[in-house]
Structures are given as structure tokens and as C-alpha cells.
Design a protein around this ligand. Structure first.
Ligand SMILES: [Zn+2]
Ligand SMILES: [Zn+2]
Length: 379
């Protein structure tokens, strides 16, 4: 299928038309406005776990740089482009951020409410992930004809934003699940023995334990027809890229993260090993969905790659219910769900769910599992 082009889509090479500078100007301008809001209302809009990691002064400098760059790129876009709309929007957003107080908003001491929105997490993650992965997808593309702003990118951006904004709800639910339901099973001497191992070994163990849990939770969602309706949301994108992997029903996010975190909590791995795992999973989860073919040689047998996970999303008959692992393909070989391709350079011909397509739109897709089950019971 050839994606439709409209005036918001562009290819990476169209620098001469002012589209990339315009899009970057809007992205940086919008992130600047959001960042100033975070400085005004840190108790409701920022994440306590993240605040502990970064320096406010570095963030002020970054915010100033983003506003300046938004204005400069906006000016470049106005100079290059015939429509000027994108450049003017980017400069307008940078000016709005400056008018709201810019990089100089004072932050007073505050107490954390029970639940807030992870707006800081959203901005930092969106900037970091989009810059890294748009670059990777343009330099080493799997399908060079696929647009960066492909069909349904806005829907996936809504998923990306929602799942990041809700980070404190996710942490609250996963902690309540693991500590509340399984706290009785903590064994101090087992945890001390595990923490006495080298951190690199603990990291490998976390990866294995997390993926083993993820494998069975994931497989259960494929094999149980009721759970499949929730997981079908993740499988419905017809094009794969770094953003499409964000499409996940919020109930699935809570279910899978609660399941994965529980054995890690019970085994009591060292904080460094768990943090390294969190960084690793943040990269690999985006990478395996992205529109890229990176040749990592024999490592492909050890690590889940875009090639491996694209086949999990394939609608080709031979690929249904195969390649469940998120990190280690070894698990699929162990449990008999590995897809034997024969040729390593073969890629899926079509992605998405087989049969009746899901409704379009964030709310409709969140409502879909409940409606679809009712409809099925009535039949
Ligand atoms: Zn799946
Ligand atoms: Zn996926």
C-alpha cells in the first residue's frame, strides 16, 4: 500500500523545502512550552524518580538552547519554505515559552501528591528517542520508501504521550501488585546471595528473568481470546517504526509491567543492575519495532532485533503466534515458538491483525476489548 502524502508528511531528504527545519522548530517549541509548565507546576507535572537524577541548572540551560534553536530553525524554515506556516508556528511556540517565564521560572519547595503526570519524562523521552531513532531509520532503513510521518503517526504519538504521562500510575500499580500481593515471599538470605554476585551477571539475570515472565504473559495474551483483544491493539499498526511500538492498551501496560517487575522485586537484584536493565529495555523496546535493518551478525541469535520482532507483527500465515521474546530469542527456541525463516534476509510482506480490522482512534481502541467481547457473547 502506498501511504498518502499530505502537507504534513515529508522525507528526510527534503531539507531544501524547509519541512525538516519547520518540523524540528515546532517539536522544540512545543517541548519548550511544556518544559516551562513543568517549572511552574513541578509537583503535578514532573516525576519524583526522574527529578532525583537530573540537575535543574542543566535543564534550564537545555530549555534555553531548545527555545533558541526553535526560533533559529523556524527562521530557516520561513526562509526556505513557500508556506511559512511551520516556521511561524515554531517561532510562536518559542516566544510563548519565553513569555511564560522561559528558563528563569523560580521553583519553590513542594510536597509530592500521590499521583502526578510525567510531563518531564514525556519531553525528555520524546526528544531523545525521536532524534536517535529517526536518524537510525534514515541511515539504515529497512523500507526506505516509508515516510517518517507515516499514516497513523499522530495516533501512535498519542499512545506514546499517554503511556509516558501516566508513569506515576504505572509505578503505583506495579508496586502495589508486586509488594502488596507478593511481599510475603521475600527471602532475605536469597536476596543477599543474589546481590553478592557481580553487577554484570545480575544484569544478565534480570534480562533473563524479565523476558521469561514477559514471554509467558505475552503468549497468554495471544492464546486467550479475551486477553488477545487487549493485545490486538499492539498488533494493529500496518506499518512498523520506532513510534508504532508505543501502541499498547493501557491495561496491557499495567498487566505486563506488574508481571515483569514481580520476580525482579522478589529476587532483590542490586539497584545498578535493575537501572541498567531499565535503560536497556527502553532502547531495545523501541529498536525492535523501528523501520531499520541493522546487521549485528551472529548476535542476532542472542538478541531480539527489528528483524526478529517485525516477524512477530507479521500477518503472513507462517508467522502467527511466533517470536514472543522481547530480549532473548533463545526463549522461543526453548519453548518451540521460534519462526524458522530459512533465509535471514526475508522480511514480512504485511503487518497487522488478521481478519476484521480494529477501530481507529485512541479511545475506540481502548474500548474495543470490552465491546468486542460483549459482541462475541451475544452472537
Ligand atoms: Zn504479540
Ligand atoms: Zn511489538
Amino acid at each position: 500500500m502506498t501511504p498518502e502524502r499530505d502537507d504534513t508528511t515529508f522525507r528526510f531528504g527534503e531539507l531544501g523545502e524547509g519541512r525538516i527545519s519547520g518540523a524540528l522548530s515546532i517539536l522544540l517549541g512545543a517541548c519548550s512550552v511544556v518544559a516551562v509548565l513543568c517549572f511552574h507546576f513541578p509537583e503535578y507535572l514532573t516525576t519524583p524518580e526522574l527529578r532525583a537524577l537530573y540537575s535543574v541548572e542543566v535543564l534550564r540551560a537545555l530549555l534555553f538552547a531548545a527555545m533558541l534553536l526553535a526560533a533559529l530553525l523556524g527562521a530557516l524554515s520561513i526562509f526556505l519554505s513557500r508556506s511559512r506556516r511551520m516556521g511561524i508556528t515554531g517561532i510562536g511556540l518559542a516566544l510563548l515559552a519565553q513569555w511564560m517565564g522561559g528558563a528563569h521560572v523560580e521553583v519553590d519547595a513542594f510536597d509530592d501528591p500521590l499521583v502526578g503526570f510525567g510531563l518531564d519524562w514525556l519531553v525528555l523521552s520524546l526528544l531523545g528517542t525521536s532524534f536517535i531513532f529517526v536518524f537510525i531509520e534514515r541511515v539504515w532503513p529497512h523500507d526506505p520508501s516509508q515516510l517518517t510521518l507515516r499514516r497513523e503517526w499522530k495516533l501512535d504519538l498519542v499512545y506514546f504521550a499517554f503511556n509516558h504521562l501516566m508513569v506515576s500510575v504505572v509505578l503505583l500499580v506495579t508496586t502495589a501488585f508486586s509488594e502488596g500481593l507478593f511481599g510475603w515471599a521475600v527471602n532475605d538470605s536469597l536476596q543477599a546471595w543474589i546481590r553478592a554476585q557481580p553487577v554484570w551477571l545480575q544484569f544478565v539475570e534480570v534480562l533473563f528473568v524479565a523476558d521469561l515472565t514477559q514471554y509467558w504473559a505475552h503468549r497468554w495474551m495471544h492464546e486467550d481470546p479475551r486477553l488477545w483483544k487487549f493485545h490486538a491493539v499492539h498488533h494493529c499498526p500496518a506499518q512498523m517504526d520506532w513510534l508504532s511500538g508505543s501502541r499498547m492498551h493501557f491495561a496491557e501496560v499495567l498487566f505486563v509491567r506488574s508481571a515483569v517487575i514481580t520476580p525482579i522485586y522478589l529476587l532483590g537484584f542490586a539497584e545498578n543492575a535493575v537501572n541498567a536493565y531499565v535503560v536497556w529495555v527502553s532502547f531495545q523496546a523501541v529498536w525492535i519495532h523501528s523501520n531499520t535493518r541493522t546487521n549485528i551478525g551472529a548476535l542476532e541469535y542472542v538478541l531480539a532485533t527489528p528483524h526478529f520482532h517485525h516477524w512477530h507483527h507479521a500477518a503472513d500465515p507462517e508467522a502467527i503466534d511466533k517470536n514472543y521474546a522481547a530480549h532473548l530469542p533463545l526463549l522461543d527456541r526453548l519453548f518451540g515458538t521460534s519462526l524458522d525463516l530459512g533465509a535471514r534476509d526475508r522480511w514480512p510482506t504485511v503487518y497487522g491483525v488478521v481478519g476484521k480490522p480494529l477501530p481507529e482512534g485512541f479511545l475506540a481502541q481502548h474500548w474495543y476489548p470490552f465491546v468486542a467481547t460483549k459482541r462475541q457473547e451475544a452472537e
